[in-house]
Design a protein around this ligand. Sequence first.
Ligand SMILES: Nc1nc2c(ncn2[C@@H]2O[C@H](COP(=O)(O)OP(=O)(O)OP(=O)(O)O)[C@@H](O)[C@H]2O)c(=O)[nH]1
Ligand SMILES: [Mg+2]
Length: 228
Amino acid sequence: MSTTLNPLNNNTSTNSSQKIAKKLSKSKQFDYTFKIVMIGDSGVGKSCILLRFADDKFNENFYATIGVDFRFKNIIVDDKSVKLQIWDTAGQERFKTITSAYYRGADGIIIVYDITDRNSFAHIKDWLDDVNKYTDDNPLKIIVGNKIDLIKDKQINENDMKTMTAQTGIEILECSAKDSIKINDLMEIMTKKLIEKKKNEGNKNNTKGMDLNDFNKKNVQNNNNFCC
Ligand SMILES: Nc1nc2c(ncn2[C@@H]2O[C@H](COP(=O)(O)OP(=O)(O)OP(=O)(O)O)[C@@H](O)[C@H]2O)c(=O)[nH]1
Ligand SMILES: [Mg+2]
């Protein structure tokens, strides 16, 4: 449910600052927060993957996404609490200008193709070109072949996948939003890799995507150094 603030209501600013304060105090409970963006051709199943992950539901009907949509989901990975903000973008070309604006600041990008559709696999390189064009800080990428429940119609074989990984350096996973195969694994693998990446980067000043426990420890140490 969304909330609209009423500018005519005198209590609005108090209410909204209370809400923000509440949100901030809640966000402190998380060790990490990550922004993940899903891209790929229209119809490959991006929205269904998100629906399965967020609500454990599936929709047989195809409602093409208009622009972008997003969901939050909190998970625990390796004893760390993680808040995932997942953006589901429209695959249709006509929304490219809007959707590409959301790539910026992404910690992770999931490029989805349909295992029964060779074109969607061939277009992965175009999607990767877009990612390089619209992002500055080299987000972590995973390629995902969806609709593995339709294995008898599979058009992308092991060799195709190996070649793609060799050419792009990006790992490929297969999943099914319909049969709920490897959807949670996909998000968990992505999150583990993001945590690993952040640790390796030793992000010093930015708490976004860093372990807040490490950050707090460092701040205590720094404060001690400044003492007297
Ligand atoms: N068999 C099967 N069908 C799926 C699966 N995932 C999605 N679909 C179907 O594929 C169609 C498209 O799914 P969406 O999730 O809307 O596709 P999308 O990638 O979000 O498309 P855009 O929003 O236009 O970019 C729908 O009819 C879904 O029911 C799957 O794992 N298996
Ligand atoms: Mg969609």
